[in-house]
Design a protein around this ligand. Structure first.
Ligand code: MG
Length: 305
């Protein structure tokens, strides 16, 4: 546990104790007033010789008197007294040896305001504290935090061989070469899958669909994307944007982008506006430039919900 967590824990328990004390004071105050007598002023004066002690609260709007009888022992009382009788009342009580306390209660007293508002302030603070603690727990367990964006990057390359179907972005393109791969060799779908899984912290495509498993041989790569989307939903992630570049010398990909975007968007359950595709050649350089391979780079952005 770091120093920040320790401070939060200490603050939490101080808040709990303070809240408990405040509630106890409120309950006990209510309890006392509920159990005590509420005599009229004349009844009170008729028993003035039985009074043990009084406390007079002077507020702008009323003068409240509370106290305790000698008999019956520990019996308390509470009443409101007219302002004009207070000086005479206090001297009578003091002459009879009654312990008299006088307290001024000002409506603008910040201590009073603070004490009255303390339970509410503590409750709000406690809720905020619990929220922060819960968010921290989610972060540690990999659950998404509301609104926090996450980015993932994906890359894939496949060799091209004569006579194989060329599938990019879920669309088969007319071409005399196609990728060599365990599945359909769709570099765009594979890189996209890696970008999504990476952004969500869920490993990579090989983790979920190992190329040693015959189950995935020749499979349509849209299945990988659909599975990735399911995993994202379980972790409450939303796909905000996908930006991809496919690198191949031939054929030209641009004319096929609308269909690719539709296929990818359908597999991911998002609108096509969230899928952005670009095409590049490798200027005749290296394996891609010689038409021996095709590659794709993808960046995906997620948010939580
Ligand atoms: Mg691949």
């Amino acid at each position: 546990m770091n120093s920040s967590s320790t401070a939060k824990t200490i603050l939490f328990w101080i808040s709990i104790v303070f809240l408990g004390v405040m509630l106890w004071k409120l309950v006990s105050a209510n309890g006392r007033s509920a159990q005590g007598d509420e005599p009229s002023y004349s009844e009170f004066m008729s028993r003035v010789d039985d009074i043990k002690e009084v406390t007079l609260y002077l507020s702008p709007n009323s003068y409240e008197l509370t106290g305790e009888y000698i008999q019956p022992a520990n019996r308390r009382f509470h009443l409101t007294v007219p302002k004009e009788v207070v000086p005479d009342l206090l001297s009578q009580l003091r002459e009879r040896g009654v312990l008299v306390r006088v307290k001024e209660v000002r409506s603008g007293d910040w201590v009073l305001i603070l004490l009255n508002a303390a339970p509410l302030i503590l409750l709000v603070g406690f809720c905020l504290f619990l929220m922060r603690q819960t968010q921290g727990k989610w972060r540690r367990t990999g659950v998404a935090i509301l609104g926090s964006p996450r980015t993932g990057i994906g890359y894939d390359l496949h060799r091209l061989e004569q006579g194989r179907p060329l599938i990019v972005g879920g669309i088969e393109l007319p071409f005399d070469k196609g990728p060599v791969g365990h599945s359909d060799g769709d570099v765009l779908a594979h890189a996209l899958c890696d970008a999504l899984l990476g952004a969500a912290g869920l490993g990579d495509i090989g983790t979920h669909f190992p190329d040693t498993d015959p189950k995935w041989k020749g499979v349509n790569s849209m299945l990988f994307l659909e599975h990735a989307k399911k995993l994202l939903d379980e972790k409450r992630f939303t796909i905000e944007h996908v930006d991809a570049v496919v690198i191949t010398e031939k054929p030209k990909l641009g004319p096929h982008f609308p269909k690719m975007r539709e296929a990818l968007a359908k597999a991911l359950g998002v609108g096509t506006e969230k899928i952005h595709l670009k095409a590049k050649t490798n200027e005749g350089v290296d394996a891609i430039g010689r038409g021996e391979a095709i590659a794709a780079h993808v960046v995906a952005t997620l948010t939580s919900r």
